[in-house]
Write a protein that binds this ligand. Structure first.
Ligand code: ATP
Length: 894
């Protein structure tokens, strides 16, 4: 039995120490066994699951559809006219169709829900004095949680330590402006927005750091209390789906009008009996309305989302699937996305020497050389000082684990830990000798980090940020004035090798200095030297970039690194060409929006860029009509991610805030996964187009047959219930297979689709007309052939229906590729053949099973009839292929 955490407490009104005491915990956190016990007692930290619509309601919802209602009305009228069997079939088929829709919709919803669960949040806690990352669902009251910029608060916390902690509480209070947190108790009557010493589950840390004790989890948390509000299920909805739905509605209306006109013409113009014409009109409505279309679009989207998830791209917002297919520019970070984010110091430049280091990865193996000669690091005091600065001004740790050397924290800092280890400096020992009193954490905006210790302030960061605060440099025999030109030359030399360059400096703190602040860090630092860090490109990225270029997608690198480093890495990967221009953040700042717009398309490398520049770049690109995918990981990337056509967040190194803002999350942080997602996005769109181009002409064929027969004064070649059979069973089964078609090689060989391009093109209308005529012609031909050879009307109709279905099967194979010939790859279209096998078994039952013969008015066919039906099917297949060939030929000629 789980019980709720003690909720009635006004934690915000009590002193932090008191709260810790009540919850029986201290600053070191709970023990593992106590945490386990409390988990049993209070239950997991999960919000109550959203109330899904009950099954019966979802089933009834299937009838909330104009066509189904028309059909039911027709069924009732048919009954009134005395056609009991027909009425039973119409109503029966309607119900079976609703069942199929119900099951498919359920599967699509379940698939999407499963993907939503793939992004489970973790929380950093202290347990037994150790810092651990645990699944947020396993938090319990009494746990000590560490918060940092970019985190989503995992449970309700009473804060007891804050450093410039600002939290955005819009999820809870609707207030978008971040709130500055503190630790002092507040009035017990304060509303959640005023409880400054609390951090609430589901809110976002946009700045600073903090620690708090968990006071409420799951349903007991503030957000849990109001989660009934959030319980509404997110409907599957995208711009394309909306357009499809409205298109379907318009079409239904048009077809309704057509049916009425045909009815009137038949009764008053051609003198048919009105009861007969009524059935014809119903037949036309049933035949023409593309009832399967919305379902197919939904299923295609759901399958696309699943396929992307398998390829490491988790879609958070469904419209992103469609947009991905039309992306024309990808703006990507460098570090970790294009490169491996495995950093190793390769060079160290001090005032007097340049050291070269061996080794890769985080293991402290490999020698140190100067000018090709191996040296003993102990003989170089400045090198040792620089390594110590790099070790203490650092939040990462490298440790030897079972699988070799493991990094915890930022890779750039990890590289500096390894450098220190190579010089025999141990983190625990040095940190104990010179404890840290304060820190300015690294941020992409100011590009440095500083720490305060008893005897020194250490500063490390981008060379221009550090050098600006230095007036001297350390030499082998004491400090001398800073030689700007020397350092600039060293920096350029390191960066041209594609190395990431950091400068390290130190100074003596002011007397009794207890704090560091951004505004008052001051100058007068002594520069110790520069380090050059290698971060090798990811192997698979080169090929992926080439594919993107082949697909007409421009890839732009936006990095915080130095322009020369960025340029070197870009040319290693093949971004931007050798002559390409590079823009830096400060150049972007100096430009007006109009100037930026004028050059942004031509520049592929942006260096020393910060998140604000990313936002301006997206806007400039979009103003030029580009559809932009943009990657990001930090809190400040959120505006650019939201603004981009598709925001792409990093699953591993990204913050929770960036993930919330993004439309898609990469589980492996790898650029290649964006390429795959674009490919799947294009495939989804193509498959939807195929479904439309498949369904509409087959419907057209049936209507064409009926209208032609009427105009010729013939008997109806197919009855309304038979049309129902064809549309509701065979056509839907066949068309679903289109959603499963894999990506075609050609889809990444053409330029991106214009997002404004209409789905219903002239091409579609032409194809619609052609296939409609071919199908109508073939079925009428078969119908007449049967009648002239003395077959019964039932047998002739059975043959006509089978002709339509075989024609549909043949055209399904054509639709494997809309523009190109499929004859060479016919057998490879496995989904189509599977669907054809199912449908042909259904047709055999339809033709030969006595019960179905009775229900649908069919009769057994002789083998000879099958012979020419199949032959005509093959002819249809070849004619459509011929049309494709002709089009291609004509296109080449123009
Ligand atoms: P991107 O991922 O967008 O390609 P980036 O993440 O590599 O870029 P930043 O992390 O913003 O870029 O780094 C910019 C510069 O700041 C680096 O070139 C380096 O000089 C410096 N820098 C990076 N990390 C740290 C750190 N932890 N401490 C101090 N300085 C750093």
């Amino acid at each position: 039995m789980t019980q709720q955490a003690p909720r009635a407490e006004a934690w915000h009104a009590r002193a932090a120490s008191e709260v810790l005491a009540v919850l029986n915990t201290d600053g070191a956190g709970l023990s593992a066994s106590e945490a386990e016990l409390r988990l049993q007692r209070y239950g997991p930290n999960l919000l109550p699951v959203a109330q899904v619509r009950p099954a019966w309601l979802r089933f009834l919802d299937q009838f909330n559809n104009l066509l189904v209602l028309v059909l039911l009305a027709a069924g009732v009228l048919t009954l009134l006219l005395g056609h009991v069997l027909d009425a039973a079939v119409i109503i029966g088929v309607t119900i079976v169709n609703a069942l199929i829709g119900f099951v498919q919709e359920g599967r699509a919803e379940a698939a999407l829900a499963a993907i939503g669960k793939m992004l489970t949040p973790t929380a950093r806690v202290l347990r037994g004095g150790q810092q651990l990352a645990v699944d947020a669902a396993r938090l319990v009251p009494g746990d000590i949680v560490l918060l940092a910029e970019g985190d989503k608060v995992p449970a309700d916390l009473r804060l007891f330590e804050v450093k410039a902690l600002r939290v955005e509480e819009a999820a809870l209070t609707g207030e978008a402006e971040p709130v500055e947190k503190s630790v002092a108790p507040v009035d017990s009557e304060a509303v959640p927005g005023d409880r400054l010493c609390m951090a609430f589950s589901g809110t976002l840390v946009v700045h600073g750091q903090g620690r708090g004790v968990v006071v409420a989890t799951g349903a007991a948390s503030e957000i849990g209390q109001i989660s009934a509000m959030l319980a509404a299920v997110e409907r599957i909805d995208t711009p394309l789906l909306t357009r499809m739905a409205s298109f379907s509605r318009q079409l239904t209306l048009a077809i309704g009008v057509l049916a009425v006109v045909v009815f009137a013409l038949g009764v008053w113009g051609a003198g048919y009996a009105w009861s007969e014409m009524f059935m014809v009109a119903v037949g036309i409505a049933v035949a023409a309305i593309p009832e399967g279309l919305p379902a197919i679009v939904t299923i295609t989207l759901a399958i696309g989302v699943q396929r992307m998830a398998k390829r490491n791209a988790i879609v958070r917002r469904l419209p992103a699937v469609e947009t991905l297919g039309s992306v024309s520019v990808i703006c990507t970070d460098k570090t970790g996305t294009l490169t491996r984010n495995e950093m190793t110091v390769l060079r160290v430049a001090t005032g007097e020497q340049v050291f070269e280091l061996d080794g890769t990865g985080y293991g402290p193996e490999g020698g140190i050389h100067v000018g090709g000669r191996r040296i003993e690091p102990r003989d170089y005091a400045v090198l040792g000082e620089l390594a110590l600065a790099g070790l203490l001004c650092n939040d990462a740790q490298v440790r030897q684990g079972v699988d070799g050397w493991q990094l915890q924290g930022d890779p750039t800092e990890g590289a500096l830990c390894t450098l220190a280890l190579k010089l025999g400096l141990e983190h625990a020992e040095e940190a104990a000798r010179a404890p840290r009193h304060d820190v300015i954490p690294f941020a992409a905006e100011h590009r440095y980090m500083a720490t305060l210790h008893e005897a020194a302030i250490y500063l490390k960061g981008a060379p221009e940020a550090v050098l600006a605060r230095c007036d001297r440099q350390r030499g082998d025999s004491g400090d001398i004035p800073l030689d700007q030109a020397y350092w600039l030359a060293q920096e350029t030399a390191l960066a041209s090798e594609g190395l990431r360059v950091l400068a390290l400096a130190q100074r003596v703190p002011d007397a009794e200095q207890a704090e560091l602040s951004l505004d008052a860090l001051g100058g007068h630092f002594v520069l110790l030297g520069l380090v050059g860090i290698i971060d090798p490109p990811r192997e698979e990225v080169r090929a992926s970039l080439a594919r993107c270029h082949g697909a007409g997608i421009r890839v732009k690198m936006i990095t915080g690194d130095h322009a020369i480093t960025a340029r070197a890495i870009a040319s290693q990967l093949g971004i931007g060409g050798d002559a390409g221009r590079t823009l830096t953040g400060s150049q972007i700042e100096a430009m007006s929006d109009a100037d930026l717009r004028a050059v942004v398309h031509e520049v592929d490398v942006f260096a020393r860029a910060s998140p604000a520049h990313k936002l301006r770049l997206v806007e400039a690109l979009q103003a030029g009509g580009a559809v932009v995918a943009m990657t990001g990981d930090g809190v400040n990337d959120a505006p650019a991610l939201k603004r981009a056509s598709v925001g792409v967040a990093m699953g591993q190194k990204g913050t929770e805030v960036a993930r919330e803002a993004a439309g898609m999350v990469l589980t492996d942080d790898n650029f290649a996964s964006i390429g795959h997602a674009v490919e799947e996005g294009r495939t989804v769109y193509e498959n939807i187009r195929k479904a439309i181009l498949y369904i509409l002409p087959t419907n057209g064929g049936e209507v064409g047959g009926i209208v032609l027969a009427m105009l010729l004064g013939w008997q109806m070649p197919i009855t309304p219930v038979q049309i129902l059979w064809v549309n509701m069973f065979t056509e839907i089964t066949l068309s679903i297979s289109l959603a499963f078609l894999p990506a075609a090689a050609a889809c990444m060989q053409r330029p991106p689709r214009d997002p404004a391009e209409s789905l219903i093109s002239g091409f579609l209308l032409w194809r619609l007309l052609l296939v409609s005529l071919l199908m109508a012609g073939a079925s009428l031909l078969v119908f007449q052939l049967e009648l002239t050879t003395g077959a019964s009307i039932a047998q002739a109709r059975t043959a006509a229906v089978n002709m339509i279905v075989v024609g549909e099967a043949a055209y399904l194979l054509n639709c494997g590729d809309l523009e190109h010939c499929v004859l060479g790859s016919l057998l490879r279209n496995r989904p189509a053949w599977l669907a054809i096998a199912v449908v042909m078994s259904l047709q055999l039952a339809f033709t030969y099973l006595p019960t179905l013969q009775l229900l649908f008015g069919t009769a057994a066919l002789p083998v000879a009839s099958w012979g020419y039906i199949l032959l005509l099917g093959l002819t249809l297949l070849l004619l459509v292929e011929g049309e494709k060939g002709l089009r291609m030929w004509l296109e080449r000629r123009t």
